[in-house]
Design a protein around this ligand. Structure first.
Ligand SMILES: C[S@@+](CC[C@H](N)C(=O)[O-])C[C@H]1O[C@@H](n2cnc3c(N)ncnc32)[C@H](O)[C@@H]1O
Length: 267
């Protein structure tokens, strides 16, 4: 029975190895909550062995999608937590323009999900007249989320935080006003890449990194290792913005300075 299976059983190890090969997702880097989620899905589908479950996600694209959606939770919004976006627009971007100029500011949405965050950054970049030569990098571990992001079609409710004048400037509507399409100028400002934040290496010339609502299931060691990687990925003076429940308590030990709530700067 699933309930009696402990998370460190040999069967679960085989399952975890298979998942890693299939999706790049290393379940060992996550908290126990992630294992409970695996079990919840197995119960939902009435599957009682890891072996059978692995076969299912390997053979059925829909089930694999549901598995990844449920474990990595792609939920996002344009300009999520509006006050942080005002801070980016009014404080962080002007500071970077002052110290670096407009030409080559390198911005990264790490864990970009279905694209709302990198497109919000692209809109901010256009509004701040940053050079189009350096697109916003959008990365995610989930290829399916990236495919949705590249399409750039959204429902009206995902745009609740977008000021009306920006909606009319950067979106067109379809389906009688139900679907909003990101316009080509915004799309051209974003480059998408599949990247596993835990395993892959990053380049070291970013000026602003957003990593919000991504590390929620990461173990504390995985989180700390990632924040060290982000520090090295930033140029001196560069900023890291994390999610509004993801305060980094030992930011000093890692090497950051505080630059505001949930905002850190490489000295
Ligand atoms: C809730 S979404 C966050 C979207 C956006 N940053 C926001 O705050 O609205 C979390 C995203 O993190 C991605 N993710 C989870 N683990 C990851 C990893 N190890 N490497 C890269 N992306 C990962 C998921 O695929 C998911 O799309």
């Amino acid at each position: 029975m699933i309930e009696k299976t402990i998370y460190d059983s040999p069967e679960y190890d085989v399952f975890k190895n298979g998942v890693k090969k299939l999706t790049g997702l290393d379940l060992n880097s996550y908290k126990n909550q992630i294992h409970r989620r695996v079990h919840m899905l197995m119960q939902r589908w009435n599957i009682s062995s890891y072996d059978a479950y692995f076969k299912t996600i390997k053979e059925d694209d829909g089930k694999l999608r549901e598995f990844l959606d449920y474990l990595t939770i792609n939920v996002s919004e344009f300009f999520r937590n509006a006050n942080k976006w005002n801070e980016l627009r009014d404080v962080v971007i002007p500071d970077l323009i002052r110290t670096r100029g407009r030409k080559q500011l390198k911005i990264w949405s790490a864990g970009s999900a279905t694209g709302e965050e990198p497109y919000s950054l692209a809109i901010l970049s256009i509004e701040a007249k940053l050079s189009p030569q350096t697109p916003v990098l959008a990365s995610d571990i989930d290829q399916g989320a990236i495919a949705i992001a590249k399409r750039g079609h959204y429902l009206k409710r995902q745009l609740v935080n977008v000021p009306r004048e920006l909606v009319s400037r950067y979106f067109t509507t379809a389906d009688g006003g139900e679907t909003y399409l990101v316009n080509s100028e915004v799309k051209a400002r974003v480059s998408f890449q599949r990247l596993n934040l835990i395993e892959d290496s990053f380049s070291d010339d970013f000026d602003l990194i957003l990593c919000r609502n991504v590390v929620i299931y990461f173990s504390s060691e995985t989180k700390t290792a990632l924040y060290h990687k982000f520090l090295r990925a930033l140029r001196p003076g560069g900023y890291l913005l994390v999610g509004s429940t993801e305060q980094i308590f030992d930011y000093r030990k890692i090497g950051f300075e505080s630059a505001g709530a949930f905002l850190y700067q490489r000295p």
